[in-house]
Design a protein around this ligand. Structure first.
Ligand SMILES: *[C@@H]1O[C@H](CO)[C@@H](O)[C@H](O)[C@H]1NC(C)=O
Ligand SMILES: *[C@@H]1O[C@H](CO)[C@@H](O)[C@H](O)[C@H]1NC(C)=O
Length: 438
């Protein structure tokens, strides 16, 4: 069977949520005053930017609710540059945190890394050189018998993967609702969209990944090879490695009928069109206190009664609500993403835009009320693009998977260097282990 790799180097750092004050506290072993001097005698030194412009650009995200300035930004020319950086940190007496930045679409500062180095993944695709998206259509050469697939750098945008695939009459099986996200970014979470009920999330459609672990090793993994790491990084919130991943079967879905002359691409790009409109109205770069939940089917009516008919009954916040069902049997529970227990669960995405400071406060209160309702009513929900402010929150989020996650972290990122913005391992690993047992 041909390799199907989707590639991408990503370490991602997904969504994190913290209070800004906490974020600003130097979180890891790095000296708040700066990075180890020796870093600047490495071969990658010329690609490490410490100027204000570079660090300022990496100091916030789409959510616009948290800010923290890194010490430096690495513009990698190759994946090996990233491995060099991580290896250096991991072997340093004062390890510093590292987070990958794709399009910076995290909502709660997950890509921020005060006191550390942001890896600007998009630089990988900018250098010219070998193509970073390769489509292998079925029937081509030696792969005649194989299903089509694409190899893509983790820094590549889904919009570009789609475009490249369409040239061969193919399309990814599952596209996210918004396509201007990187491959590594969505695969670090799960990657869901309207086709996920049938094909599962994007992570269920990956054949092979190249991963750079928290010890700076580059490892190729798949279901058959280094499978533990493969399952760990898919939905792994950037905790175990940066992916250089890829997408497996791209298959064009026939049979959709689009009303009103909307083409397939126009349909998939619908959110980008919306982005254009919002940008021109100056309301794109505003705070986005989003809340994404997976709600089990057996409790969706209770959720409706408690949330839409009660908490939001008289409210009319700016934004958008998306809801669609998914089948749990299309998810692979060996992967890190946490899902509810029911066979069918709904994605409920409350995609708010806060147009004033009052809105931010109000939406925070509303979101808190939603979570409190779910807790009180015992709805076995899970957050998607999760944000937990304490390790207890993560423990509850992952449930029985938590002890395995600690074990994987100890193995693949023992210095807890990667993606601290998730706030999963801000305290020491030993501490985490104690809590899991307790
Ligand atoms: C920083 O950004 C400003 C404004 O865009 C620009 O004028 C200046 O040249 C930049 N400085 C560096 C060092 O790139
Ligand atoms: C795409 O193919 C070229 C030529 O074989 C290769 O050098 C490059 O690394 C490939 N890119 C990816 C992302 O696999």
């Amino acid at each position: 069977m041909a390799t199907t790799r989707f590639v991408g180097l990503f370490a991602l750092t997904i969504f994190l949520c913290l209070a800004a004050g906490e974020l600003l506290r130097p979180s890891m072993a790095a000296d708040a005053g700066g990075l180890p001097r020796d870093l600047f005698s490495l071969g990658i030194a010329s690609r490490i930017c410490t100027d204000r412009n570079s660090t300022a650009r990496a100091s916030t995200d789409f959510g616009h609710m948290f800010e923290a300035t890194p010490e430096a930004v690495l513009l990698p020319a190759t994946p090996a540059d990233i491995a060099d950086l991580i290896l250096f940190s991991a072997s340093s007496p004062a390890p510093f945190p590292v987070a990958a930045l794709g399009k910076g679409h995290s909502g709660r500062g997950q890509t921020l890394v005060p006191g550390g180095v942001v890896v600007d993944m998009r630089a990988l695709g900018r250098g010219g050189g070998a193509p970073r998206i390769n489509v292998s259509a079925a029937g081509a050469g030696a792969d005649a018998a194989a299903a089509p697939y694409v190899d893509a750098g983790g820094e590549q945008l889904w919009a570009d993967v789609l475009r490249a695939a369409l040239e061969h009459g193919l399309a990814p099986r599952v596209c996210t609702d918004y396509l201007h996200l990187t491959v590594g970014g969505t695969l670090s979470n799960a990657g869901i969209g309207g086709q996920a009920f049938r094909h599962g999330p994007q992570i269920a459609n990956v054949h092979e990944l190249d991963v750079i672990t928290g010890t700076g090793e580059m490892v190729t993994c798949s279901r058959a090879k280094n499978s533990e790491l493969f399952f760990a990084v898919l939905g792994g919130l950037g905790q175990f490695g940066k992916m250089e991943a890829l997408l497996r079967q791209l298959s064009f879905e026939p049979g959709f009928v689009f009303a009103k002359d909307v083409t397939y691409v126009q349909f998939l790009e619908r959110v980008c069109e919306e982005e254009r409109v919002l940008r021109s109205a100056g309301v794109w770069d505003v705070p986005h206190p989003w809340l994404n939940l997976f709600i089990p089917r057996s409790r969706i009516l209770d959720f409706d009664a408690g949330v839409f008919k009660c908490i939001f009954r008289d409210a009319n916040p700016a934004g958008r609500i998306l809801m669609y069902p998914m089948n749990k049997d299309r998810w692979d529970d060996r992967m890190t993403t946490a899902t509810p227990n029911d066979d069918v669960f709904y994605n409920v995405a409350l995609l708010w835009s806060a147009l004033s400071a009052n809105d931010v406060e109000q939406l925070h209160r509303d979101n808190k009320a939603v979570i409190a309702f779910c807790e009180k009513a015992g709805i076995g929900y899970k957050q998607y693009l999760p944000h937990h402010t304490s390790q207890d929150g993560w423990l509850q989020h992952f449930g029985v998977k938590w002890s395995k996650i600690i074990e994987l972290k100890a193995k693949y990122d023992p210095k807890a260097i990667l993606s601290p913005g998730q706030r999963m391992f801000l305290s020491s690993l030993a501490n985490a282990a104690t809590r899991a047992v307790a």
